[in-house]
Write a protein that binds this ligand. Structure first.
Ligand code: NAD
Ligand code: MLT
Length: 526
């Protein structure tokens, strides 16, 4: 499998990837976006940092691509919906550079409060301007933190440590959780009105884009200072420019810009602005961390199927994956069986029971059932990432539930499909050491392996049917590998699942279907 490294990745991560058996790593010297798009169709995986923008256009021909690894936090440079549509997993390394970004924020806050950058430049130019660079202390000043996630909470904690009064706003964090970090949770307007320093630590998305704009700036205390070490798009740069020029905002320290590098950005020329070239994550430790983390995650996914830190798929730890693996196989087989026996489905129901499944994340199992269900019917690539999207697109309702009815099995999955014409249910379990088994198909109880080519035959419970099947298959030189029979509780019908060694010719199927005692015959490949 080929892995393309698009942006610089620390040697420690490259080494791990290169030494993984089965991976072939290409790390060209900074290809342009056009070059990446041109070569991407040859790769199963790509690793990027913040330089590469993964657009829908770039992904259009990337049919082999299975995973995009972001060595860093923000995934706003990746078109995640397009990747999901194509079944491409997107993973990042949350937290691996959090300390670096938090410390850079603090460095910028201190530099801003004491004009470090401008003063240093002045000395370099031969001046000694002590009066010009009168600063402000941060001690007992109010620090407003917007976004109390990994980086925001470190900044808040250090702010408290330096004697600041820290207030924070995050709609997804409770005031109690904020209090544990030693700060007070406040509404955004209150934070704007009270803070001497405001620092941004939210992701860039539709909700947060330009969260700092003309109207929010108008609510800020005069003389406030702003630090942005998150994403440039969080600030309306024109509004910030005017507020800085007018002195309403005393200073800004910016590590990130709406467009990077910030060509012709008037903010850079302002005396009260200090800027760094997106250096938040640029510490030796953070670069080693993100490179190693993304390399290990990618290897785990490509070579072992373990999914961690995916932004478009639930996480599966190695421990959970080990326990889950036989149930993932069962889930895919049951889904596939139902996809083949029941066309025109309007509803797909999945029911889980048993202690084996109790502590496992069920979402990946559900997505595996859907994958199995859709794969036989769709020509496009179906995988765990795009399966739920494709199901919704076909307007099939998905219902999942758990029940305590275990029927004595340690773990059981039931997949029921219903449409206008029919309802069909398949129930399965895992026999320790033996693998998945179908234990009930509709009302018929059995114990069939879910493997290979199978004939599912429903007949009237009359003598001679089994003989007929044997003779017909024999005539067409098709060998029977094994056979499972089950009678309906009322004993008028019977169901058999016959595993055969070769494909059955259409004429043989037709011959069986025409027999008066045979109600239906379906060929299912598992
Ligand atoms: P995180 O996901 O841990 O935290 C983000 C927090 O923002 C979450 O707690 C979330 O609830 C909160 N949030 C979401 N919407 C909000 C809103 N409308 N108002 C207030 N809070 C909101 O992320 P993180 O790892 O702390 O990263 C924070 C930011 O820093 C991201 O934008 C990331 O891309 C950026 N980052 C930049 C650098 C750099 O080099 N400058 C390095 C690392 C991360
Ligand atoms: C991030 O989101 O992790 C940062 O922007 C750092 C980076 O990768 O440049």
């Amino acid at each position: 499998m080929k892995v393309l490294i698009c942006d610089g990745l620390d040697e420690s991560g490259l080494e791990l990837l290169r030494s993984a058996e089965g991976l072939e790593v290409d790390a060209p010297e900074q290809w342009s976006m056009e070059e990446i798009a041109e070569h991407l169709p040859r790769y199963e995986a790509m690793i990027i940092r913040s330089r590469t923008r993964v657009t829908e256009k770039m992904l259009q021909k990337a049919d082999r691509l299975r995973v995009i690894g972001r060595a860093g936090t923000g995934v706003d440079n990746i078109d995640v919906p397009s990747a999901s549509d194509r079944g491409i997993l997107v993973m990042n390394t949350p937290g691996a550079n959090a300390m670096a970004a938090a410390e850079h924020t603090l460095a910028l806050m201190l530099a801003l409060s004491r004009h470090i950058s401008q003063a240093s430049q002045s000395v370099r130019e031969g001046r000694w301007e002590k009066k010009r660079f009168l600063g402000t202390e941060i001690y007992e000043q109010t620090l407003g933190v917007i976004g109390l996630g990994r980086i925001g909470s470190i900044v808040a904690d250090r702010g408290v440590g330096m004697g600041m009064e820290v207030i924070g706003h995050d709609p997804y964090i409770t005031p109690e959780a904020a209090a544990k970090l030693g700060m007070t949770w406040v509404e955004l307007d209150e934070l704007l009105g009270r803070s001497d320093f405001i620092t941004l630590h939210t992701p860039l998305n539709k909700e947060t884009e330009r969260i700092i704009n003309q109207s929010t700036i108008a609510k800020m205390k005069a003389g406030v200072r702003i630090i942005n070490c998150a994403r440039g798009g969080l600030i309306d740069e024109e509004a910030l420019y005017h507020a800085l020029r007018e002195g309403r905002i005393a200073g800004a320290a910016l590590d990130v810009f709406s467009s990077e590098p910030p060509a012709n950005n008037p903010l850079i020329g302002l005396e009260n602005v200090i800027a760094t070239p997106h250096l938040g994550a640029s510490s030796i430790q953070a670069q080693t961390n993100v490179a190693r983390t993304i390399a290990v995650q990618l290897i785990d996914y490509l070579l072992r199927g373990i999914i961690r830190n995916a932004v478009n798929f639930p996480n599966i730890s190695a421990k959970a994956y080990e326990k889950m693996r036989p149930y993932l196989i069962l889930a895919e087989k049951l889904g596939s069986l139902q996809g083949q026996v029941s066309p025109l489905v309007e509803k797909l129901e999945i029911e889980y029971s048993g202690s084996d499944l109790e502590d496992l994340p069920l979402e990946p199992i559900t997505q595996t059932v859907i994958k199995g269900f859709l794969e036989p019917v769709l020509s496009e690539k179906v995988n765990l990432v795009n399966a739920p999207i494709l199901l919704r697109r076909r307007q099939i309702e998905l219902i999942t539930s758990s029940t305590s009815d275990t029927r004595g099995y340690p773990g059981m999955i039931m997949v029921r499909t219903s449409g206008k014409e029919q309802v069909s249910s398949a129930r399965g379990t895992v026999f320790p050491g033996e693998g998945p088994r179908l234990i009930c198909l509709n009302t018929y109880r059995l114990e069939a392996e879910l493997e290979g080519i199978n004939l599912i035959l429903l007949n009237l419970d009359k003598p001679g049917v089994i003989g007929l099947i044997g003779t017909t298959l024999g005539e067409f030189q098709v060998n029977i590998a094994n056979m499972h029979l089950s009678r309906a509780p009322v004993r008028d019908r019977a169901l058999s699942i016959i595993r055969i060694d070769q494909e059955l010719p259409v004429e043989a199927l037709e011959r069986l279907r025409q027999h008066p005692n045979i109600i239906s015959v379906q060929l299912v490949r598992l």
